[in-house]
Each structure stands twice: as C-alpha cells, then as structure tokens.
Design a protein. Structure first.
Length: 214
C-alpha cells in the first residue's frame, strides 16, 4: 500500500507490469533473463488475481493488453512455448484481442461451427445463437475464470471455443474456394492456426492438472 497526502492508504495500481520489468524488455536483452522475466510476471499476475477479492484488480488483469499495450505483453510472453504458463497466458490474451477486434466475424464463424462441433460448444458455453457481444463476453469470462477459478477449466473452455471457431472458419474457406481462391487460402490458414491454438491450450490445461505448467 502507498499513502496519499492526507495520510490515508491507497492500493497500489493493480495488475500493472512494473517499471523494472518494462526496462528489461527487448531487444538486446539476455535471453535467459527474458525467459526468467516471462515466467516471473506470469506467476505474479496469476497469484495476484487469485489472492485478491478486489473487483478492480480482476478488471485490470482482464484488460491487461489495453492497459500495457499488446506490444509490451507480446515482448514478455509471445516467444514462450505453449507448454509454459507465460505461453498459455499469451495465447489467452492474444485470443481476447483477436475476438474483440472483429466480434461480428468471430460470432458468425462460431455459429457456422456449432453444428459440426456440438461437444466443444457445450464446453465453451457460448449462448445460442451467439452474437458479437456474446463472444466478447465469453473471452472475458475465460480470463475471469483464469484468475478466479481453476486455471485448467479456463484453458479448456478457451480451447473448445477455438475449435468451434476453427470449424466455422474452415466452412468459410470452403465457401470462398471458387469466388476468391486467395481469400480461401488465407482463411484455411487461419482455421489451421485456431485449431493449433486449441490443441496448445488443451495441452496446457492437462499440464496444469499435473502440476507441470510453470
């Protein structure tokens, strides 16, 4: 806690990456130090969220990318392997950023994928039929679960969401195949990337349950 001019205490700014961490961000940093920094900040944020009942702390954790900037968060965690805590956190925050960038498209692809992936739809827990705000609410709820409930459940939920959207994205690619072959190829690549992310998140969930995600 810090103090105000009138002697009252006030909470420290929640969920912010500290100045020392910011000073150690790339590019010519020692790779070993950057790996250590990635793990330390990831563990710090998860511990901070789980140890606090303050809604403001949770809100700041969920909005980490908006507060710190995607490039800062990417510099910390994006190079971390998917089977590490910082790697898993990066994938969750990157997913949230992508969904919020075009929620109408994501909702449309989710709707297309639901019929072919009903089991994953149940795990993801998106209202049916989902609208743009529903998919935004879902990714925020996943991060809420990360800091308030079992981390593996949050990772599994995000993985299921990615699988449904990947299926819908593949359907989109099929629809574009004749009219826009280049667009179809890009969309197919996007579907494959989402499927890979789903597998990585599901694997991270398994590692957490085994006590091996750090």
């Amino acid at each position: 806690m810090s103090s105000t001019g009138d002697g009252r205490s006030r909470p420290r700014r929640p969920a912010s990456l500290d100045a020392a961490a910011a000073d150690r961000l790339p590019g010519a940093g020692d790779p070993a130090q950057l790996v250590e920094l990635a793990h330390t900040t990831a563990q710090m944020l998860v511990h901070r969220g789980r140890s606090s009942d303050d809604p403001a702390v949770l809100a700041r954790l969920i909005a980490l990318v908006e507060d710190e900037g995607l490039s800062t968060v990417a510099a910390l965690w994006s190079s971390s392997p998917s089977d590490t805590l910082p790697g898993a956190l990066w994938r969750l925050y990157a997913l949230r950023t992508w969904v919020r960038s075009d929620p109408e498209l994501v909702a449309d692809r989710y709707r297309q994928g639901v019929a072919a992936a009903p089991v994953h739809d149940v795990v993801a827990g998106v209202p049916s039929p989902p609208g743009a705000q529903d998919v935004v609410t879902l990714v925020d709820a996943v991060l809420t679960g990360l800091y308030r409930r079992d981390l593996d459940v949050a990772l599994d939920r995000a993985a299921a969401f990615c699988r449904v959207v990947a299926t819908g994205t593949a359907f989109d690619a099929d629809h574009l195949d004749v009219a826009d072959p280049h667009g179809a190829a890009r969309t197919t690549t996007g579907a494959a990337s989402l499927q890979r992310t789903a597998e990585e998140l599901a694997s991270a969930a398994r590692l957490w349950r085994l006590g091996r995600l750090d």
